[in-house]
Design a protein around this ligand. Structure first.
Ligand code: SAM
Length: 194
């Protein structure tokens, strides 16, 4: 029996797996549908939730994704199989920085380690078609990006600083037009200029 998307959401919640928030994923799925996006690269698969949601938008969508955590990767492989999407989702078990691809993509979804967003952007955007877009998630970092209070944890402070650097990097990047949206946990859409 094919499991439901809701079952994946419950599993993620119970196992503390950070999947995309409902508003954010719905916004991205609408974008995919309206712009006839067909070939997608995702960085950060977790249990395959967003990759499966994206594939279900249309029968001719293909998603390439990557996950470095073994347990999550295995869970993603199982879920992809249960949804009968093995032919349309290619998943790699490795660190995204070691991934070498030759395909061209209509959309790249960056949803992995927040401290490395600039590096992911630089590594993978050469694979983006002109007019293609990069979606980035978690830019609000649960509201912490806007806080004026001192953040106690040094680690969290560092991540917030990195995300702010990324936002500035996107704003100043003249090869892309970036729009920021206060949807889900904060997303941006950066369109590659011709
Ligand atoms: N996109 C997923 C969804 O919405 O269903 C959620 C992804 S979760 C926010 C981020 C995932 O990226 C984690 O499972 C983490 O292990 C993985 N990750 C982080 N850095 C990575 C890297 N350098 N290479 C591959 N995976 C990475």
């Amino acid at each position: 029996m094919v499991p439901s998307i809701e079952e994946l959401e419950v599993y993620a919640k119970e196992n503390h797996i950070p999947i995309m928030l409902k508003d954010g994923i719905n916004y991205m799925l609408t974008y995919i549908k309206e712009n006839h996006v067909k070939n997608i690269l995702e960085i950060g698969a977790a249990i395959g939730y967003s990759a499966i949601c994206m594939c279900l938008v249309d029968d001719d969508i293909h998603v390439t994704t990557v996950e470095r955590d073994e347990e999550r990767y295995n869970e993603a492989v199982k879920n992809i199989k249960n949804f009968h999407l093995e032919e349309r989702i290619t998943i790699y078990y490795q660190d995204a920085f070691t991934l070498e691809l030759n395909d061209l993509f209509d959309l790249i979804f960056i949803d992995a380690a927040k401290s490395q967003y600039i590096k992911f952007f630089e590594k993978f955007t050469p694979l983006l078609k002109v007019g293609g877009v990069v979606f980035s998630d978690n830019l609000n970092f649960h509201g912490l990006i806007y806080t004026t209070e001192k953040i106690e944890s040094r680690n969290v402070r560092g991540l917030v600083r990195k995300l702010k650097d990324y936002i500035l990097f996107l704003e100043e990047n003249t090869m892309f037009d970036t729009e920021f949206y206060d949807i889900g946990d904060g997303i941006s859409i950066s369109k590659k200029r011709g």
